[in-house]
Design a protein around this ligand. Structure first.
Ligand code: DQA
Length: 149
């Protein structure tokens, strides 16, 4: 049954594994596991095989983007702080062979100046920011819409 499902990688960068305890006044009380569960529930509804991963390592995140490029997998990517300075991640995202949606829990444009630039945005299909965990769910729906085209 899962063979017919669109596989989607939901990739998360540094410090996102600490959601729930990390600055709850900024990021809310939802844990990373809560986001994994919400993506799984929507994945069932959308008939997608959603694989949610998190790492604090730039190298590991780059490797996952290579995997997505090689397997032509759509990606939902929250690069976390790498958003703002990782040209290595941008170069990996630029090799994408399927849609890549950049997501953020918060709206970086409303925060500190160093968060206003995304080096990923220019190679992403689109960006969804500021909706908390719903940013991920909106991105999965966007990918489904693009796949249907
Ligand atoms: C974030 C925003 C980034 O600026 C920050 O470094 C994060 C989380 C977000 O989801 O709002 O770690 O990507």
């Amino acid at each position: 049954m899962s063979e017919n499902r669109t596989k989607v990688l939901v990739l998360n960068g540094p410090n996102l594994g600490r959601l729930g305890t990390r600055e709850p006044e900024v990021y809310g009380s939802m844990t990373f596991d809560d986001i994994v569960a919400a993506c799984a529930v929507l994945g069932e509804e959308l008939k997608m095989a959603v694989d949610v991963r998190q790492t604090d390592s730039e190298a590991e995140l780059v490797g996952w983007l290579h995997e997505a490029a090689d397997e032509r997998l759509p990606v939902v990517l929250n690069p976390a702080a790498f958003t703002h300075y990782s040209y290595a991640l941008r170069d990996a995202a630029s090799q994408r062979t399927a849609p890549l949606i950049e997501v953020h829990l918060t709206n970086p444009a409303t925060r500190e100046a160093f968060r206003h630039e995304s080096v990923i945005a220019g190679v992403a299909t689109g960006t969804i920011a500021g909706f908390g965990a719903d940013s991920y769910l909106l991105a999965l729906r966007a990918i489904q819409g693009l796949e249907d085209v």
